[in-house]
Ligand binder design. Structure first.
Ligand SMILES: [Zn+2]
Ligand SMILES: [Zn+2]
Length: 475
């Protein structure tokens, strides 16, 4: 028998955990963490006790109780759930976003985890630069690249590269005994590597699939990212904002969104400005430079690396961890940025705002928010936007003429915030998902990574609405 069971990614964006079973062989595709993970029982520092392993997670059904997937260490405190040797044959990870990879930390290290070369590099970078990165005990990693045919027992898995908001993203063509199954992972056509997604769609169509698991992040009537178009447009708009800027431009971006960092780098270079990045970004670009064509962060003419001031105030080597030190050759500090601010575009984020106290931006500087609008506006984000607003007003940032952020007041009115909004989604808009499904034309579509699985009925005559932990038979 061949079947698919979803343990996450059902009626929600992210948290994908897809179990495929075919003639006794079991594979997981992604093992991610929901964005709403733990919301009902955790709060701030109120978190499951990591020293107790999975006990707390199981109590509140935060992780599925499946035998033969978790490590003995994680199960040591779970008296009613003894460790058994692995009952699954492998895990394939589509890309390195938390909603697809974060829960591998609980898995038995004996289970092979198949990841793309880029994903493994990003995991290694995160373990150096982030205090929060935790992929668990050293797993049995197997690396793949686009077009490989990875054989697990009788099943052959073909990863095909796709364009997404992180390098090294893949969709999969899975050859089972009952025919081919497609899993899209997360993908888009409107990024700089849209051709890779086109190639995936072409190969998926040629596979004549019996089933297709399709992401549908933006399959919704009210797409908050509808005004966004392409990464190319982000770059050209960034060029305009920078060329009109009187002083410094701060660009609030996600560190792993390399396309976006490069859009701002290119826009800065076009305007003959310095692009200032922090040490984490420098390390990330440096480690990825063999895989992607990226500027040299040590010798680049237009790139500078910002070092934060430490207690000694002298910017000496021993104040910084070893991995940061190579970039001191290209170091700038708050004083330098202050002096040169009319020629600076600085990659930034909300957690760096206190650096502005040392940098002292001039009145009418520009702040660009360039991440998903899911995390900017609306009631869930009101607090963070309010904090940004206070900072922008304190340092008298410029109010953009158009595309500015707004705070929703309780009386229904909106209050403008001096922040430019400039972003392109990492996901296909609804029309592209529709065209992709119609082109690939599988026998059956299973919508995942979407809040609106029912809307997929508009794209295909046979849509199977998944239910959590409920087996879907293939043929
Ligand atoms: Zn995702
Ligand atoms: Zn993603």
């Amino acid at each position: 028998m061949t079947s698919i069971t979803l343990y996450g990614g059902v009626n929600e964006i992210g948290g994908n955990k897809i179990l495929l079973e075919d003639k006794g062989v079991k594979l997981f595709f992604d093992f991610g963490q929901s964005f709403s993970f733990g919301n009902d029982y955790c709060y701030g520092y109120l978190q499951p006790r990591s020293r107790i392993g999975l006990l707390d997670y199981f109590e509140f059904n935060m992780l599925p109780k499946i035998k033969g997937i978790y490590s003995s260490e994680e199960l040591s405190a779970c008296s009613g759930f003894p460790y058994t040797s692995p009952k699954i044959h492998g895990v394939f990870i589509s890309h390195c976003h938390s909603d697809h990879i974060n829960h591998i930390k609980f898995l038995d290290p004996k289970i092979p985890i198949h990841v793309g070369h880029g994903t493994k590099t990003i995991m290694d970078i995160s373990e150096v630069t982030s205090a929060f990165a935790d992929y668990g005990e050293e797993h049995n990693y197997r690396l793949f690249k686009s077009g490989d045919k990875v054989k697990v027992k009788h099943i052959v898995v073909e990863p095909i590269h796709v364009d997404h908001s992180i390098p090294g993203a893949y969709g999969f063509i899975i050859h089972t005994s009952k025919g081919n199954i497609i899993y899209t992972g997360d993908l888009r056509l409107h990024g700089p590597k849209g051709d890779m997604t086109k190639e995936f769609i072409k190969r998926a169509k040629e596979a004549n699939p019996v089933a297709m698991l399709s992401e549908g992040t933006r399959v919704t009537e009210h797409d908050p990212e509808a005004s966004n178009t392409s990464e190319a447009l982000v770059e050209s708009e960034a060029k305009k904002i920078i060329s009109n800027a009187e002083h410094m431009v701060l660009a609030d971006t996600a560190i792993r969104n390399i396309d976006r960092l490069m859009a701002f780098y290119n826009a800065a270079v076009k305007n003959d400005k310095f692009f200032v990045i922090d040490t984490k970004m420098a390390y990330t670009l440096d480690m990825l430079k063999d895989k992607i064509d990226l500027p040299n962060v040590i010798k680049g003419k237009h790139i500078k690396v910002y070092f934060r001031q430490m207690k000694s105030c002298t910017y000496i080597e021993k104040d910084y961890p070893l991995w940061e030190r190579p970039y001191m050759q290209n170091m700038v500090n708050a004083k330098w940025v202050h002096r040169n601010q009319d020629d600076v575009v600085m990659a930034f984020n909300i957690y760096k705002l206190f650096e502005l106290v040392s940098i002292r931006p001039k009145k009418n500087s520009d702040y660009i928010y360039s991440m998903s609008e899911h995390f900017l506006e609306g009631p869930d984000n009101a607090e963070a936007l309010g904090v940004r607003k206070n900072w922008m007003e304190h340092f008298k940032f410029k109010m953009p003429e158009k595309n500015y952020a707004e705070i929703d007041n309780k009386d229904g009115t909106k209050e403008p915030v001096p922040i430019h909004k400039l972003h392109a989604s990492g996901h296909m808009p609804k029309e592209d998902v529709m065209n992709m499904i119609r082109t690939i034309n599988p026998d059956m579509v299973i919508p995942i990574h979407t809040q609106n699985p029912k809307s997929f009925g508009q794209f295909h005559k046979r849509v199977v609405l998944p239910e959590i932990e409920k087996e879907i038979k293939i043929r």
